[in-house]
Design a protein around this ligand. Structure first.
Ligand code: TMO
Length: 315
């Protein structure tokens, strides 16, 4: 194809080789950001990536299970998790922080909660809510043709690791847990319950787009305590763990791999300043789940609407 094999477009082949090498090294050095299976995380990941690009870093997005990502940070396969939810990921995160291979960088202003949740019409079907005992007392309302008379709770995808089945068992509830395959599958269950005025109880969290669309409440389980997930003797069931609810006012943190500061000092400086509020996270999910925007459009929109906020993060 090329007459002169030592030059391509006038550039000596050896030099091209060096340029190619330089490019691949740069890509290997890209900041590696995971993408998970809920909307605010996907949008926020792109916002974080765009901010890093603004200070001259390269970025690579890697779809990843939201639990194994913590070990991946230890192995330097992932550089930063910008949405560490206390309820779902606190245990996995705190373990690797304890091992020293992940750094607990910052805590967002956003306060989080992840818990069983029902739309408001359910409260009339089930007097005594939001107490979990009232929910259990009317479990038959939540039963389906194939649930053997037990109430059905629609849980999140399994990688959110909510220990709902353990909770049901520890509290002796007449419920079964059905894990949805995706966040969208949870919202579909919720919408069909609302349309038909059926009893429906799903896994939900805040901040999320749901609170802008539907009125509803979290179920109140026995108050969370760290001992609940570590010491079987703690709580209403002296023999089992998970006889409690998830944390209220839980943290949302940024975790980074222990090498990140050294390998990507410019991105590190930005990451230290990133700070999302409840409204930021809710908007990031709302743009996608309510407004139907693509993830990258939603990230652009948040950037467009919040210049005042992020401009100081990249100084
Ligand atoms: C981890 N999540 C926010 C979906 O509960």
């Amino acid at each position: 194809m090329f007459k002169n094999r030592t030059k391509i477009m006038g550039i000596p082949v050896t030099l091209l080789g060096i340029m190619f090498l330089a490019t691949s090294v740069a890509q290997a050095d890209a900041v590696k950001i995971p993408t998970h299976n809920w909307s605010s995380q996907l949008v926020g990941a792109e916002i974080v990536g765009k901010l890093f690009e603004m200070v001259g870093e390269e970025v690579e997005y890697i779809p990843m299970d939201s639990q194994t990502v913590y070990q991946a940070m230890c192995d330097n396969d992932i550089d930063i998790v910008h949405e560490v939810w206390e309820g779902a990921f606190g245990a996995s995160f705190e373990k690797v922080v304890g091992e020293g291979c992940v750094i607990d960088l910052t805590t967002h202003d956003a306060k989080t909660r992840e818990e069983w949740w029902y739309p408001m019409h359910v409260k009339e079907l089930c007097p005594g809510l939001p107490d979990w005992k009232a929910l259990d007392a009317c479990s038959d309302q939540f039963a389906r043709a194939d649930s053997n008379g037990k109430g059905v709770f629609i849980g999140g995808p399994v990688d959110w690791l909510k220990h709902d089945a353990e909770k049901v068992e520890a509290l002796g509830m007449n419920f079964v847990v059905r894990n949805a395959g995706s966040a969208a599958a949870i919202w579909a269950e919720l919408e069909s319950g609302i349309k038909q005025s059926n009893a429906v109880v799903i896994f939900n969290w805040t901040p999320n787009f749901i609170e802008a669309l539907y009125e509803g409440e979290f179920v109140e389980f026995p108050e969370h305590d760290p001992a609940c997930t570590e010491d079987p003797a703690w709580g209403v069931n002296p023999e089992q763990l998970y006889d409690c609810g998830n944390p209220k006012g839980g943290y949302l943190k940024i975790g980074i791999s222990h090498e990140f500061k050294e390998t990507h000092p410019k991105a590190f400086a930005v990451a230290q300043k990133i700070n999302f509020t409840n409204l930021d996270v809710a908007k990031q999910s709302n743009y996608v789940d309510t407004d139907g925007m693509e993830v990258s459009e939603a990230a652009d929109r948040w950037m467009e609407e919040h210049k005042d906020k992020w401009q100081s993060w990249i100084q």
